[in-house]
Design a protein around this ligand. Sequence first.
Ligand code: XMP
Length: 325
Amino acid sequence: DWTTGNVIEEQVALIREQVGGKRAICGLSGGVDSAVAAALVQKAIGSQLTCVYVDHGLMRKGETEQVEKDFVAATGVQLKVVDAQERFLDALKGVSDPEEKRKIIGREFIRVFEQAQAEIVAEAAEGEDVAFLVQGTLYPDVVESGGGTGTANIKSHHNVGGLPEDLEFELVEPLRKLFKDEVRMVGQQLGLPDEIVQRQPFPGPGLGIRIVGEVTKDRLDLLREADAIAREELTAAGLDRDIWQCPVVLLADVRSVGVQGDGRTYGHPIVLRPVSSEDAMTADWSRLPYDVLAKISTRITNEVADVNRVVLDVTSKPPGTIEWE
Ligand code: XMP
């Protein structure tokens, strides 16, 4: 019988058998898959596992803290956090082209991760062989990598599971037979926080590809605030399960005239992109209740400096992709 309890028991036994007395490394992205994979491996081999979290500064409000505090509290995992915010900002300086941004973020991510990996190997005690790399590969990823269809051909995708094959390490992939909803159930049973287990899809390059224009610290902070408001109101309205995801996008290179208080403003628009979808290959724009949209718009324009307009994206996919970049 398929139960989450059985899956966990079976995987824990398999992981123990595979890893033996050696050590393993797992990259955490803040997303469901890597979190559940890490929690399973932690349950199986405890302190033989070290997790790595690269803080690229492109996460949404509160997400880094969720990994650093809540995930660690729930699992007791050993975590190495690499603060690479400056490095990513430097690398992205002056870059507006979406593909260029994706490539830079992917490249820097791999460099920082590999450096952390090397440090863990160097720090390991004599006789402690660091031989395994944990990845949150799901069943659909396994199937898709055979066909190679999908958005990966349109945009260069980046996620933690997409690290280049490293011959130094053998892979541990405890989610290989599972679908997303099953992974969420396993995560829940393992006691992971809801914010992680129920998290909607979020791209590896993060807010870096939700700023149309150059990525700067100020723009990231601004977008983080707007995004947090939209998420808060969607959750408060009970809409999280109805929408697939809702990218919030800053049009940093666009300004429009507005009026606030008794002055003329010249600020940036924020785009709301709520979509419904089954698999992100196609999507429709979500018909959100007007009062929820109104609340989000009022709050963002009142609370986020330099934003004087909120617009709604009513394009399906195709022709529009879900993300703007
Ligand atoms: P698009 O914009 O291509 O997005 O319609 C389809 C889905 O993929 C997510 N997305 C990414 N996920 N790394 C990821 O892990 C990426 O580089 C990436 N780019 C887009 C997007 O959020 C949507 O769910």
